[in-house]
Design a protein around this ligand. Structure first.
Ligand SMILES: *Cc1c(COP(=O)(O)O)cnc(C)c1O
Length: 455
């Protein structure tokens, strides 16, 4: 028998519902609070910014939410995505561990982000929304949303952090190709942007400012809504199609994973692959370890605190109960742009608090070494974010070797790195530096938080 490398599913085998882990959680997430009154808020508080269809998903107690046919049909452009056994990596690591990866880089924009972008564009379309605004840093989310909006005939306006706008022209051009307008932030289009420019005409921009600009546009135009690419419950739920497919594929391979690993920014691709496996722990008492991998320069899960905090820098969003380094925390400019976020999704935070999942942090150089080892062994060049998961996988595989034990590892290869060659160039030419935070810097960031504590 030949060794099967690629485990595929047919279009008909694509899952028909998203999985809402909240239904199975022993401790439900705490409610969001109003940014000023600090009173709990319901879904209608966010109605000016998001369509009701999505706000209902945000609070639904239902365990399964049906994926609309039109969304599933568009998913079928590239879904189900392949799952691979990493024979090449196992060989170079000389490990008794079996390593599998789910590859989300086959989507049109090259990452897992269209899984939610398409769903979000669909629900906006249902409610007659004409335009969607958003922010993008590295460009993965902006390109996914541009692609999705184009399909549904919705205008898409992307506020791209000015420094990325100039450093990543190809990401901007992808968005333009899909018909979106891309605005370098800070811009003159909004009061938030004008204010920043008045203080500093040469500001390189920040994700915080770009969020403020996109939110202001949505809040001041009745035909415009706002979209977020991670963190929120509905976004995490949309991504569970990844793990549900992976459950079926691992069954086909005849291996249940001992460990499931994914990189962690706000939690969407981690939730996507891990929650459908965690379901077996919660429902059947299985003991699958789920590990979130984050950068040592932005270690909210491993070193942050569990507390109410704002989702944005200037404190416009509701207060969310989450692991955070403080909304004023500015992460070092590492090359995994998608992981430079001060906080974490509410659901993932509660699961970590309850010790139902684990977290690890890795230095930048270790991650690129891992990514290059993977690229040479398996062919695919990973997104810099995904390199964090690969670093954790290699550590787990090396531990299995030391202990002489077999172990089944699955990780989420959430995107390819074909538009991130400048990061690889920096590594290969020896210019990449470490950005570990000292305990003092972390204490400083955390002690500056003045939002409500969680008893
Ligand atoms: C956006 C992004 C991330 C981080 O966001 P999550 O919500 O934590 O998944 C990680 N990897 C890639 C490729 C991304 O585009």
């Amino acid at each position: 028998m030949t060794k099967q490398r690629k485990i595929s599913l047919s279009e008909a085998e694509m899952p028909e519902s998203w999985y809402n882990i909240v239904a199975d959680m022993p401790n439900k997430p705490l409610p969001p609070l109003h940014p000023q009154t600090q009173e709990p808020i319901g879904p209608d508080a966010l109605a000016p910014l998001f369509p009701m269809g999505l706000m209902q998903q945000e609070v639904t107690p239902e365990k399964w939410v049906a994926i609309p046919d039109e969304v599933r049909h568009l998913y079928s452009l590239w879904r189900p995505t392949p799952l691979y056994r990493a024979y090449g990596l196992e060989k170079v690591l000389d490990t008794p561990a079996k390593i599998y990866y789910k590859y989300e880089g086959t989507s049109p924009s090259g990452s897992h982000k269209p899984n939610t972008a398409i769903a979000q564009a669909y629900y906006n379309k249902q409610e007659g929304v004409k335009r969607i605004t958003t922010e993008t840093g590295a460009g993965q989310w902006g390109s996914a949303l541009s692609f999705a909006c184009q399909h549904f005939g919705i205008e898409c306006e992307v506020y791209m952090v000015k420094i990325s706008y100039h450093q990543k022209p190809y990401r901007k051009l992808m968005m333009n190709t899909w018909g979106a307008s891309v605005i370098a932030s800070p811009s003159n289009k909004t009061q938030a942007g004008q204010k920043v420019l008045a203080n500093d005409p040469d500001s390189p921009g920040s994700l915080g400012t770009a969020i403020s600009e996109a939110v202001e546009r949505a809040a001041t135009d009745e035909h415009t809504k706002y979209a977020l690419g991670s963190v929120l419950n509905h976004v995490l739920m949309h991504q569970t199609i990844i793990g549900q497919e992976a459950v079926l594929q691992m069954e086909k391979a005849g291996d249940l994973p001992d460990v499931v690993v994914a990189p962690f920014g706000g939690g969407s691709n981690f939730a996507g692959i891990a929650f459908p496996f965690l379901r077996y722990n919660l429902e059947e008492g299985k003991n699958i370890r789920c590990i979130a991998s984050e950068p040592a320069s932005c270690p909210k899960l491993t070193k942050g605190i569990f507390r109410y905090d704002f989702g944005d820098t200037i404190g416009m969003t509701p207060l969310l109960p989450m692991y955070t380094l403080g909304h004023n925390f500015v992460p070092a400019p590492i090359h995994a742009g998608g992981l430079r976020y001060h906080g974490a999704g509410v659901v993932v935070s509660q699961l970590l608090k309850d010790q139902l999942i684990e977290a690890r942090s890795h230095q930048q150089l270790e991650c690129f070494e891992a990514g290059i080892q993977f690229a040479r062994a398996e062919g695919i060049i990973p997104a810099p974010e995904a390199n964090h998961a690969i670093a954790t996988v290699i550590a787990e595989a090396e531990q299995a070797k030391r202990e002489g034990k077999s172990k089944i590892i699955l990780f989420n290869l959430c995107g390819h790195g074909n538009f991130d060659m400048s990061a690889y160039e920096a590594y290969l030419s020896g210019k990449l530096t470490e950005h570990e935070l000292t305990d003092q810097e972390i204490q400083q960031a955390i002690s500056g938080i003045d939002t409500p504590e969680i008893a």
